[in-house]
Design a protein around this ligand. Structure first.
Ligand code: NAD
Ligand code: MG
Length: 405
């Protein structure tokens, strides 16, 4: 019998983390959890540790470690303790430990960058959910993954669908533009505000923005789905992952979220991947590749659905999508600036400091200010990107403070 693969789950307490743990639990002979990380939900992380008995756990800081230890001893008295590490160094240990085969990169936002890079440097199979790494510095990340001998398999449902439609066995798992591809179409559900007017959206609440009609996800990506920024970030993600030009990438709104994306070839064939909207499908596909594993996702019943609809996205009502296309065309650090501004804007919106309409305005304002200065600059290393990320966040906070004063 072959040894189970050792998996580290970065962001185990999140939505993708939970789906990953579910898939792992269905295949105990195939996978073992080497390490898990969590940030603020210490109690949940204790329960996960008791359930999967990892070798290592990574926590936010010393205070979180102390709380975790106390709860762990209370809930599992006498049980052996995983090695508990903290901070960025802890995340990097989970990602780069020699025992680890697969790293699920499922931390949300730019916070996931360093640990994903550590997995790239250590030559791991990276199950990439954290799209912000690619948006910030996709070119550099792919170079690092290649140099480190890593394999990158996308988890984002659209990119995983594209990966499946690109005949991945021919790709050796690494992003290369395959021969004969003329166009890639990313589908979008349209989010909770697909049919809302701009006026209605202006004052939408965090609860309304997070009530996604088709997918159950973390709060940040849910808000991004409501502004369609998520689709914008995904277009940039696809650009870097598959080496596709802006003219080859299109977005199509498909409210049923059954077709997860499509690849069009020169001979007129269009291949699509379909399935119920449940992240366990792309996770199981990526973890099992090239094998197909049972994921717990129910069968697709197209007769029950009856019809699948498609419509063009409305770039006027959803200016964040348009901004992302502009960032991709501008290149350099443009997408890094947009991503940073957007992370600040979404956090402030969720905290009820700015309104929904302000997200787009703040993003636009920061990009207008900083793109002329940094967009064309050749970004040579992640240190440069982190500096630009920091400058963008500071400006976003300052502008929002002026608005709310
Ligand atoms: P989530 O908010 O549910 O979970 C985020 C995880 O990251 C948690 O485990 C949290 O503890 C951890 N985290 C948050 N801030 C951190 C920090 N500063 N340092 C270290 N850890 C931190 O998010 P999610 O919905 O699971 O999404 C995770 C990633 O996957 C995002 O990049 C998202 O865009 C991407 N993604 C998610 C889905 C989905 O269906 N949820 C689909 C496609 C892509
Ligand atoms: Mg997606």
């Amino acid at each position: 019998m072959t040894k189970p693969l050792q998996v580290s789950i970065l962001g185990a307490t999140g939505s993708i983390g939970a789906s990953t743990l579910d898939v792992v639990a269905r295949h105990p002979e195939r996978f073992e959890v080497f390490g898990v990380s969590g940030f603020t939900r210490v109690s949940d992380l204790v329960d996960i540790c008791i359930q999967v008995r990892p070798h290592m756990v990574a926590l936010k800081d010393e205070a979180a470690r102390a709380q975790w230890l106390e709860l762990y001893k209370q809930r599992a008295p006498g049980a052996s303790l995983p090695q508990a590490e903290i901070g960025e160094a802890g995340l990097k240990m989970l990602a780069g430990a020699p025992e680890v085969d697969q790293v699920m990169a499922a931390i949300v936002g730019a916070a996931g960058l360093q640990s994903t890079l550590a997995a790239a440097d250590a030559g791991k199979t990276i199950l990439l959910a954290n799209k912000e790494t690619l948006v910030m510095g996709g070119g550099l990340f792919i170079e690092r993954a290649r140099a480190g001998g890593a394999t990158v398999i996308p988890i984002d449902s659209e990119h995983n669908a594209i990966f499946q439609c690109l005949n991945p066995s021919a790709l050796n798992c690494m992003p290369v533009t395959p021969q004969g591809v003329t166009r890639v179409v990313l589908t979008a559900s349209g989010g909770p505000f697909r049919t809302w007017s701009r006026e209605m959206m202006e004052q939408a609440t965090p609860e309304q923005a997070c009530a996604h009609p088709k997918w159950s996800m973390g709060r940040k990506i849910s808000v991004d789905s409501a502004t369609l920024m998520n689709k914008g970030l995904e277009v940039i993600e696809a650009h870097y992952l598959f080496g596709l030009g802006a003219e080859q990438l299109e977005v199509l709104v498909h409210p049923q979220s059954i077709v997860h994306s499509m690849v069009e070839y020169a001979d007129g064939s269009t291949l699509a991947q379909l399935g119920n909207p449940d992240m366990r499908t792309p996770i199981a596909q990526a973890m099992g590749f090239p094998m197909r594993l049972e994921s717990g996702v129910g069968r697709l019943d197209l007769a029950k659905h009856g019809r699948l609809e498609f419509e063009a996205p409305d770039l006027d009502r959803f200016g964040c999508l348009s901004l992302a296309f502009e960032a991709m065309a501008a290149g350099g650090a443009s997408a890094c600036i947009l991503n940073a501004a957007n992370e600040v804007a979404v956090a402030m919106f969720l905290d009820r400091q700015i309104c929904f309409g302000d997200i787009e305005r703040l993003n636009r304002r920061v990009c207008d200010d900083l793109w002329p200065r940094y967009a064309l600059e050749r970004v040579n290393c992640f240190e440069d990107l982190l500096e630009i990320d920091d400058i963008s966040r500071t400006l976003a906070r300052e502008v929002a403070k002026e608005w709310t004063a």
